[in-house]
Write a protein that binds this ligand. Sequence first.
Ligand code: ASP
Ligand code: MG
Length: 615
Amino acid sequence: MPVVVQKFGGSSVATAERIRAAARRAIRAKQAGNQVVVVVSARGDTTDDLIQLAHEISEQPPAREMDMLLATGEQISIALMAMAIQSMGEPAISFTGAQIGIRTDSFHTKARIREISTTRIREALRKGEIVIVAGFQGIDDLNNITTLGRGGSDTTAVALAAALKHDPTTSDPTERAVGCEIYTDVDGVYTTDPRLVPEAHKIDEISYDEMLELASMGAGVMHSRSIEFAKKFDVPLMVRSSFSDAIGTWIVPEAPWMLGVSVCGAAIAKDEARILLDGLPDRPGVSHRIFSTLAQVNIAVDMIAQSLGEAGKAAIGFTVMRNEMSLATAKLQPLIAELGGTIRTVEDVSKVSIVGTGMRTTTGVAEKMFAALGQEGVNIKMITTGDIKISVLVDKAEGAKALRAVHQAFKLSENRPGAGAPTSENAAPFSLSDAMNPSSKGAATQTTQLIMQRLSSMEAIVVSGVELTVEQSRITIHDLPDRPGHCSRVFEAVAQSGAVVDMIVQNLTGSDRAELSFSVPNSDLLAALDSTRNAVRDIEVTARVTGDADMAVLFVHGVGMRTHTGVAEKMFGALAAQGINIKLINTSEVCISVVIEQAQGSQALAALKACFNLA
Ligand code: ASP
Ligand code: MG
């Protein structure tokens, strides 16, 4: 029998009535001919209340005891859910994470799943029981209770679906037909946060990568790590409302029609803080030391922009979650002092991003975004670009305005394929049977063997590919006054020259000055340089433009670039070991790119392939 995993978030089990409604939904799925696994979060604000209580008792509650405490929230929900289902006449059984065999590492309060045993779930499912599993929790090798980090129940649900879908213990293919539904208090993923932009549009289908880029942004619909799992283990899933039967948003493998949509959504992350390290020696290994220092304390670094700097000095800017800023700066202080640099921090910043698969093949997207921001008088403090994402950092006070401006510029409130309009090649919308049937649209993009290997270390980093683009040029504007509209003017001019701009990095250097770099193909360098110089001359005569041909751009693609601080660290480490100097760095959720000398390109590519075990 096929399996449906249904996850109910905190608001969907907040009251007795809602628990009963969720129970009815699980029973309906069973009556439709499925085996059913239900994953639940803690009810309503339980987790927040428990955290507050802990802080009333102790200033710094020990992490192990915190996990012991927080895990109780989900334990309440599973018991109540099992009672509700049984009272309706269906057999059901509840399990904690430990009972079901969710093994994690020992990083209390942000543990990672190592493996999941399916034995006990299968036994119960085959007996006809609805299996109810506590989300967000697991157990380490010493049988300590662990939790997976806030919002971790989504991750539990998708990880369970993955383990059942690729379950080596069953030879019955129908038991490996697994669907996954995330029930929440919104009816899907929107083009942006509808509370900030009321005309936001519901999205019907979105790719894993697009969702990863958006989910990293506080849109709050789903936990990023759960999407990583979905992508890594080929689990299409639907986010939908627990209060209605409306079809929600399918998160699915990338489909060819998506290339026709240059921007599918925009998002804002408000809880960011920016750290700028200035006056660093421009030599191999510096960025590696910085990011390994942060990786040691498990701080997730988001936007990273390393600028070129001058006179042998480079600047690295990056963002971290605001609540991790003081830890990050405290850890970095001694290293930066040793390197002779300075640390500056800015707390009140927001990151606004646009995301879309079509960006890979469409040009002019960045230009349009900067123009929209310039028109609204929004000043851009930092820019990074990924392969399907462009992010800018702005003043927190201007965040919502910036978000509205880009949402409007890309007409995201209108119907388009994947959001309100049919996709040409995909006229029938994605469905649960597509998700369950590996030969249809949910088509496995990876071999089962590869996936099964990964199941034994579920949350290990997965880097799926390394790529080298050569014959690239870099153009840098130094000392550009930090004012609204400047980026827009520069890229408008460059676009008019016909040059194709790929990577863009902007970082603040001096107090009121920005350094803006971008890459173009060698063949476009002269034209682009010319038009950049003209544009810059009109803006500020003292700003200077430099260009450099024969660069190479190295890309590392994968999942969890941000949540796994280690990827950047490992990448920079491998390059440092080869004595390769990094000129520019750029990051997003699914891609990290660096610019290096072309002559070192193939050596760097080989080093990265070796370090990530790629053929
Ligand atoms: N109860 C946990 C939290 O509130 C896990 C979850 O809801 O997914 O973060
Ligand atoms: Mg919750």
